[in-house]
Write a protein that binds this ligand. Sequence first.
Ligand code: B12
Ligand code: SF4
Length: 514
Amino acid sequence: MTRRLQVGIIDLVSKKPNNKLFARIMNANFASIMPQVVGVWCEEEGHHVTYICYTGKENLIDELPQNADIVFIGAFTESAQTAYSLSNILQARGAVTALGGPHARCYPEDASKYFDYVVGFTDKNIIQKILLDCSPHHPDGLQLSTRKQPLSLPGVKERWKFIEPTLKKAPLIKMVPMLSSFGCPYTCSFCIDSTITYQPFDFRIMKEDLSFLLTKFKRPLVGWLDPNFGTRFNDYMDAIEESIPGNSIDFIAESSLSILTEPHVKRLKRNGFGAMLPGIESWFDLGNKSKTGNLTGIEKVKAVAEQVNMILRYIPYVQTNFVLGLDSDIGDEPFELTKKFVDLTPGAFPGYSLLSAFGQAAPINLEYQKQNRVIPFPFHFLDNNHAMNVKPKNYTWTEFYSYIINLGEHTFSWNAILKRLKSTHAFIPRWMNVVRAISEEGFGRVAYNKKILSNLNSDINFREFFEQETTILPKFYIDIIKNELGLLWSSLPKDAIFHDPNAFLKDQAKRIAV
Ligand code: B12
Ligand code: SF4
């Protein structure tokens, strides 16, 4: 009989204390699935689980499990420094620590300096192995991963005991995270899913979960975390229609434009889909996923705007996602086209991401590393917005920041905010757009980018870091980490704000040498 372990699980939805309006309303809705899944598996093995979803409003240090034998932490790269610091505190208290999630997948070699286990693709077997071993591994933690994504995961019903307390923290909107597939049939070069084979889950679990949710809420809200929801469109819609009465659950999903044809959108509406987040990414690249084929430039803008306006006639909330700084972009044209698109689709909310190479996430990152274009901005800033860690191919930094500031000012001008308000008719989507525009994501980001541009123009060390002429980290970044980590800063191991930006390339070279 194995020992009954005290297991702690921390889902770092936030990397820092955050009491802002948007965070208070939304963060609990962004809980990850896997920390809950790990909780289910640990309990099935007979262990006692304490689960914390950190949304930024809890006092994390007070809530840390006191007598845990092992603590699993789920973290994005932007939360890496927070996670490293927590691991240090927990190890000092005698706990063994394990890291999973996007950061562990993208930067396993770095994370293994601070954790006893670093886990990539995870199934129940791996968790069982860790629980059986449950011992410190210093100075290099064990890196574990299955070869592929698992075939299925515990559904909502089994995760409910972790979902329920998390949603209690969400005052207004309560979204249940669900997953119905892994991977994607497309191969967008920057994306972590470009090499993951598309694999739908067993529809029986999904159907059971949807019926189960109707016993918990009058009208549930489900957020599909699939990277490209509805790839086998008719099968998915059939499954939803067979399991619940028509239009009885609200759904949110991220789907490619190629899926969002008018007949499909009509069916989505009938089934309660109230928010869709299609990825447009670029006017000059990645045409296949938007089904615009060879169209580029203004022709693509017009075609996509027409489609997005069609979607908006049926679906009240549409966020259109773009990646800024791709190698296919040159001059002011991509930015001017995006501004044009914003004008042509006043009801859509544009989401902008700066091109980011997250360690081992995508094969193209090897190319960037070979070309020596990856800049070691601390992980804390790698959230697609607070740093672009790939040196742009066709822009100087000051040109690039001037363009993104101009685009931000256009997108979040009062004129655009009002037009968005007038073109959106449902209550929550209307005000969600306003809150997003006037908070961190809109006004906040424009102000932040202006600060970066001003530093580039006035601070030589700052500019040299961006130009890869020095590796001395500008004080600007250290001060922000210090400030945002608060009490956790003093527990952050020395050197943990630095990382090797070319670790993926070196790892590949080692593998070839072996
Ligand atoms: C759904 C999603 C979201 C959702 C939900 C996020 C959430 N909390 O889960 C929303 C829209 C909120 C979101 C937001 C963001 N996202 Co996002 N998102 C995704 C997406 C499409 C799917 C993630 C998912 O849940 N998959 C399902 C799970 C079950 O599979 P998995 O993630 O592959 O996990 C496997 C293993 O990693 C492991 N595992 C995962 N977690 C854990 C935890 C433990 C403890 C263990 C042991 C194992 C383990 O087990 C799984 C099975 O093998 C991914 C792309 C992708 N396919 O990974 C991007 C992705 C994770 N997002 C990304 C980013 C950058 C962001 C944002 C920073 C974007 C932004 N600017 O706002 C924010 C950050 C939010 C935050 N801090 O919580 C990056 C992360 C890169 C990185 N290294 O950090 C990704 C990889 C996309 C990309 N650019 O390639 N995202
Ligand atoms: S369509 Fe979306 S999920 Fe699929 S590879 Fe492209 S960016 Fe990734």
